[in-house]
Design a protein around this ligand. Structure first.
Ligand SMILES: CC(C)(COP(=O)(O)OP(=O)(O)OC[C@H]1O[C@@H](n2cnc3c(N)ncnc32)[C@H](O)[C@@H]1OP(=O)(O)O)[C@@H](O)C(=O)NCCC(=O)NCCS
Length: 160
């Protein structure tokens, strides 16, 4: 896809992120959540824009040599075109430079699309959290997945 541009996360992106998350996820996030991460200087994120419009983001928190993916979303009409994978590639490069050795995330056992994406990027299941997510008063279990930045970078070298 042409005219895609990547940017490091900045405070001014928060409104766009929250707007997209309202459409794509059931997580209850607010501005304060981001301000706390910014204050603790632990936030690393990548924003992707198409013709200047915010079309996706990946946000992680980094503590010592570990990165935790907090959210990743792509606008619905542009999903399934490899953009999610590109965001991971950019993030993997950024966090590798600052010494991150492992990237972790939680995924709902019902989110088959996200699970397929993570599998294709080399993530491995390392744990399980019972009732981790809540959707319409229903508790949903989550898998904990892990990968190294190098594994993502190596896999993405094979992707056009
Ligand atoms: C999950 C999400 C970020 C993926 O982004 P995306 O840009 O659509 O993903 P990509 O196009 O890069 O897909 C890459 C991989 O995902 C899988 N995938 C994509 N679309 C799929 C579909 N419809 N069904 C199953 N797997 C699919 C494939 O494995 C694909 O790899 P391949 O191209 O090598 O076959 C996006 O669907 C999204 O924003 N979902 C809503 C928010 C969300 O669920 N976030 C994750 C929370 S843990």
């Amino acid at each position: 896809m042409k005219n895609l541009k990547f940017y490091a996360f900045k405070e001014k992106d928060i409104e766009n992120i929250l707007e997209l998350e309202k459409e794509t996820s059931s997580l209850k996030l607010d501005k304060n959540f981001f301000y706390k991460l910014i204050e603790s200087k632990s936030i690393y994120g990548v924003i992707i824009k198409h013709n200047k419009f915010h079309i996706g983001h990946i946000i992680s928190s980094v503590v010592l040599d570990e990165s935790d993916i907090i959210i990743i979303s792509i606008v619905e009409k542009l999903q399934n075109r490899g953009i999610g994978k590109l965001l991971f590639k950019k993030l993997a490069h950024r966090v590798k430079i600052i010494g991150v050795k492992k990237i972790f995330l939680e995924v709902s056992i019902e989110n088959s699309k996200a699970k397929a994406l993570y599998k294709s990027l080399g993530f491995k299941k390392i744990g399980f959290r019972k009732g981790y997510y809540k959707k319409n008063n229903r508790k949903i279990d989550a898998e904990i997945l892990c990968v190294t930045p190098k594994e993502i970078i190596d896999i993405m070298k094979k992707v056009k």
